[in-house]
Design a protein around this ligand. Structure first.
Ligand SMILES: Cc1cc2nc3c(=O)[nH]c(=O)nc-3n(C[C@H](O)[C@H](O)[C@H](O)COP(=O)(O)OP(=O)(O)OC[C@H]3O[C@@H](n4cnc5c(N)ncnc54)[C@H](O)[C@@H]3O)c2cc1C
Length: 386
């Protein structure tokens, strides 16, 4: 029997509009001050300590977390609006984004109290950069095959092995790492992994760059050679991390950043086409905007359901699957529609520059945070089809 899907009809409440105006005004001031250029993604450094501190001072990091830990007790939908505005402006949120989206919520749920009191307020101030230490050379989609070992010693845990594709590790203060503490069991192959808070300054950690096709140094290999992690940096249950790693992935997959990463080419196309596009372009543009609108309604719905305490795992996976496939195809679709633009059309050069960058970036979109095939497996299982 198949299960049913449910996308609640959720609209953003009025307080979100006020917040949107505040975020836009802040971004406009930053752009005017030269912090970044919203029309040239890939041009500015995305990890910007001063910018993250100013975002923290506005109260826009840890927005939904308890005030006791430096948070602001606002809603998921308000966080949605903030995330959306920073994403479409191509703002340099790299330092705090992962901590805000997923590492902070994991610590909030599973870390010892003194760690929460120490680290969460620093995240909220935009002072602590986190990275995700899950993937290994032979363990990407199949996270539970991770082999990097954490071995108990009298002084803590010794880590040996390596993680790969670790985004932003060269700038990070901390990693939430998934390490093998016991072999898996016949009954449960997910057993035996434990999550650790790793201070990236720990002796025995080496970060080697991996360059992307765009030329950017964005991710890395992280090698552990007898790196000693204190006992109180175990996060959650020893050998039982599969439960918390799965819930961390739910945070990673549900936001508007999952369909807006190449959005700038659509904006630039609209600018280049001007107010009176020809019929063919207007039709193509209309189709893209309608698809985007639908994706956004679905994504807002998922966030509204999260706010209501539901667990829309299948619906979130559908939004990520449809969203990443859409944003991946967007540069090619925009290129087709731009083919008839005259050479001298407004912003033609900026559009060309953006298209080149977005085309090289696009392949990663359906891999990061769970591949299309993996998401479709989750959806099929959720619908009772496998
Ligand atoms: C830009 C970028 C940033 C990243 N940042 C991080 C990071 O910060 N931290 C981190 O830990 N990881 C990160 N990753 C890694 C990412 O999570 C993995 O690349 C991803 O999970 C896929 O794993 P893999 O590369 O080992 O591919 P594989 O798992 O080897 O998959 C190869 C192919 O086989 C398919 N496949 C695999 N298993 C199945 C299955 N059961 N059914 C059907 N098809 C299957 C996949 O869909 C894919 O097409 C990042 C990746 C990218 C591209």
């Amino acid at each position: 029997m198949t299960a049913s899907l449910r996308f609640d009809q959720i609209r953003l409440p009025p307080e979100c509009e006020k917040l949107r105006q505040d975020v836009r005004a802040f971004i406009a001031r930053e752009v005017a001050a030269g912090t970044f250029d919203p029309h040239r993604p890939g041009h500015d450094e995305t990890h910007n300590a001063g910018f993250s501190r100013r975002v923290g001072a506005k109260g826009w990091i840890g927005m939904t977390w308890p005030k006791a830990y430096g948070g602001h007790e606002r809603s998921f939908l308000e966080r949605y609006v903030m995330t959306e505005e920073f994403r479409v402006a191509n703002a340099p949120v790299r330092l705090h984004f992962v901590a805000d989206r997923q590492s902070g919520p994991v610590l909030l749920k599973y870390a010892p109290e003194h760690i929460k009191m120490d680290i969460l307020p620093r995240i909220c101030r935009g002072e602590a950069c986190f990275v995700i230490g899950m993937s290994e050379p032979n363990s990407g989609s199949d996270l539970f095959a991770a082999k990097t070992r954490a071995t108990k010693t009298t002084h803590g845990w010794k880590i040996n092995g390596s993680k790969t594709w670790t985004s932003n590790a060269h700038n990070a203060d901390y990693m939430l790492g998934l390490f093998r503490t016991s072999p898996s069991t016949r009954e449960n192959r997910r057993h035996g992994l434990t999550q650790f808070l790793v201070d990236m300054k720990t002796p025995g950690i080496r970060v080697n760059p991996i360059y992307q096709m765009t030329g950017q140094h964005d991710f890395n290999e992280v090698v552990f050679d007898d790196a000693l992690i204190p006992d109180d940096h175990v996060i959650g249950e020893i050998d039982g991390a599969w439960k918390q790693a799965t819930s961390e992935l739910a945070y990673e997959r549900s936001g508007p950043e999952r369909f807006l990463e190449t959005f700038y080419v659509l904006v630039e196309l609209i600018r280049a086409l001007g107010e009176k596009p020809d019929l063919r372009s207007a039709e193509g543009l209309g189709r893209l905007v309608a698809q985007l609108h639908t994706l956004r309604r679905m994504s807002v719905s998922v966030n509204g359901m999260l706010q209501a305490g539901q667990e829309p795992v299948v619906e979130g996976s559908i939004v990520k699957d449809l969203g990443t496939v859409w944003e991946q195809k967007l540069p090619a679709r925009v290129r087709e529609l731009a083919a008839f633009l005259e050479q001298g059309a407004t912003n033609r050069t900026t559009l060309e520059e953006q298209l080149r960058f977005a085309t090289k970036l696009a392949p990663k979109l359906t891999i990061q945070g769970g591949t299309t095939e993996i998401l479709r497996g989750i959806i099929a299982r959720g619908l009772g089809l496998r």
